[in-house]
Write a protein that binds this ligand. Sequence first.
Ligand code: FE2
Length: 227
Amino acid sequence: MISYFKYFNIILIFILIESNRLLQIVKVDHPFSSPLIYIKIDNHTKLNDLLIKESYEWKRLDKGNDKSNKGNGWQSPETLMLKKTRGFRNFTDIIPNAAALAVSKINPQLQITDYTYKANAWVNINQKGGYNSIHHHGEFHLSGVYYVKNSIQDYDNGKIEFINSRNDYNIHKVIGGNAFSTSIRVTPKEGFMIIFPSSLLHLVHPNNTNEDRISIAWNIKFEKKIS
Ligand SMILES: [Fe+2]
């Protein structure tokens, strides 16, 4: 005997099939989204070699900052933009261009040339056991992280995890999908940069390998030029 619920389901499926003949999605908006923009730097090997050399040299001379870095993690002062050595200089030239590219995806109408910016940047060297606790860079607009050295990748090793601070869990546990997930984990890849809203909470999982992981993080804030 067919149950009431099965009968109801059959009707529902029939209604859906009929509706699909009549309905068409006109537009899907993504208001209040947390865009993650992935940028690859072509031919990054030479640049990364210089960045590795200059990062270790900086670490040798400076005991570093004590911020979100935990365990065996060294974080340089946030003064990378002022460095004059070749690798650091080449990289800091990339930061405003990468940020402008990200903005062009977030708001294609914006005239980025009408804006100036303030930025800071620093190096992270995470040795075995090094990680970054949960934090955000909320006083800025966009933040980025570039992976200079991350040779070994396994399931959680060194992943950056972005946390959804909205109360979407009840939606996600039923329908799934990235839009409502409680967090997402991204595997760092050498030569890649991830750009995200500075207000987005994130953490970095421990480096479980014997090789150092080196990344460069940056923040940028835009200001409209006075005409
Ligand atoms: Fe961060």
